[in-house]
Design a protein around this ligand. Structure first.
Ligand code: PEP
Ligand code: MN
Length: 333
């Protein structure tokens, strides 16, 4: 339920109403705009008498919302959320290019890729240290050492870093990581989401392989309901009957999510397509669709990559993609 307060309501009057609602076991999310204050009522609102609430002097209007996601809902929070890490901003008109290898493989590799993508204009460095692999026999990532190497690359280039967490027990290792990624396979690991909700780190939440947009938003809600509102959503393709591509990129997700939520939306065309050749066109399409950022895999030697070489761009390919993306951005203003 949403209550819009009348222009001119004082902070004291608003607080009295909030306290009254809290006594009825309702959590209240307050969004103060320039013109009006919007209260998002979270919890069992079925016992609230809408007529009574509407009749209060300071209340302009009251509306029930049918969507089960409240904190992520744009209706409660009309303004775009902007996430800032280092000099990079994502959301609300700010666009971030996230690039780097699927996995951190060695110090030379991550420093070389980080230096190259920085020179081409990347804003954030990606690199997997803990890798969710389908086979237990495949390379599982460098783990703790991988995070250490990412931190070295961050120190060498000044780029903020993003890397995936698979188990909350590893959280201490992420203290200096700028954005924690929750991978597609963990989108509905609710315990993990709740624990990340108790931190104040930006979380990039990837859409699950077979999850709806509402499920994605409910997973964001798990993080936000614990207090962490710094969530970035990521469309990375979903599983369909099509086998030519690794997944099917759902580009309409960008527009739908922008309608439904204030959270930034990033697109990952690498995992969506599985083929390096398809990454630039899909990255450009995602930019044109209004994505707040693009995340692409870049490897200094894709043929020898320990993971996802087939979908990795070379630094030169990334350089040319980034220039094209910037042109699309310019054409959009
Ligand atoms: C990744 O980005 O490294 C990754 C494993 O992607 P996804 O979770 O989308 O498969
Ligand atoms: Mn990968």
């Amino acid at each position: 339920m949403i209550a819009v307060l009348k222009h001119g309501t004082t902070a004291d009057q608003a607080q009295q109403l909030v306290t009254w609602l809290q006594h009825m076991n309702i959590d209240v999310h307050i969004s103060e705009g320039q013109e009006v204050t919007v209260l998002g009522l979270i919890g069992d609102t079925s016992r609230i008498d809408m007529e009574l609430l509407s009749s209060l002097e300071i209340v302009e209007s009251v509306k029930r919302v049918s969507e089960p996601f409240k904190q992520a809902n744009r209706k409660f929070h009309p303004k775009d959320t902007v996430i800032q890490v280092g000099n990079a901003k994502i959301g609300g008109g700010h666009f971030a290019m996230i690039a780097g290898p699927c996995s951190v493989e060695s110090e030379e590799q991550i420093i070389e890729v980080a230096t190259a993508v920085k020179a081409s204009g990347a804003d954030i460095l990606r690199g997997g240290a803990f890798k969710p692999r389908t086979s237990p026999y495949a390379f599982q990532g460098m783990k703790e050492k991988g995070i250490e190497l990412l931190l070295k690359a961050k120190a060498a280039t000044g780029l903020p870093i993003i890397t995936e967490i698979m188990n909350i027990r590893a959280l201490d290792l992420f203290a200096d990581v700028d954005i924690i990624q929750v991978g597609a396979r963990n989108m509905q690991n609710f315990d993990l989401l709740q624990e990340l909700g108790k931190t104040d780190k930006p979380i990039l939440l990837k859409r699950g392989l077979a999850n709806t947009l509402q499920e994605l938003l409910m997973s964001a809600e798990y993080i936000m309901s614990e207090g962490n509102e710094n969530v970035i959503l990521c469309e990375r393709g979903i599983r369909t009957f099509e086998t030519y591509t690794r997944n099917t990129l759902d580009l309409s997700a960008v527009s739908v999510l922008h309608d439904l939520t204030h959270l930034p939306v990033v697109v990952d065309p690498s995992h969506a397509t599985g083929k390096a050749k398809l990454v630039p066109p899909m990255a450009l399409a995602a930019t044109a669709a209004g994505a707040d950022g693009i995340m692409v895999e870049v490897h200094n030697n894709p043929a020898c990559a320990l993971c996802d070489g087939a979908q990795s761009l070379t630094p030169a390919q990334f350089d040319s993609l980034n220039q094209q993306v910037q042109k699309i951005r310019e054409a959009m203003v």
